[in-house]
Ligand binder design. Structure first.
Ligand SMILES: [Zn+2]
Length: 53
């Protein structure tokens, strides 16, 4: 197990079984993206707040 795996696990979505995508940029910095289910309550809340901002 790597340090990056621990990092990814800590950022799991509490509401759905989100896919985690780890990418590494040219500077060697890891970026974590959560890919939520369409039905995820958290994700829907997030989209609403984005739209009203
Ligand atoms: Zn989610």
């Amino acid at each position: 197990m790597t340090h990056v795996d621990d990092f990814a696990r800590a950022y799991a979505c509490p509401d759905c079984d989100a896919d985690k995508r780890l990418t590494r940029d040219a500077l060697g910095i890891w970026h974590l993206t959560l890919i939520h289910d369409d039905t995820c309550p958290w994700y829907r809340r997030y989209l609403r707040s984005e739209r009203s901002a």
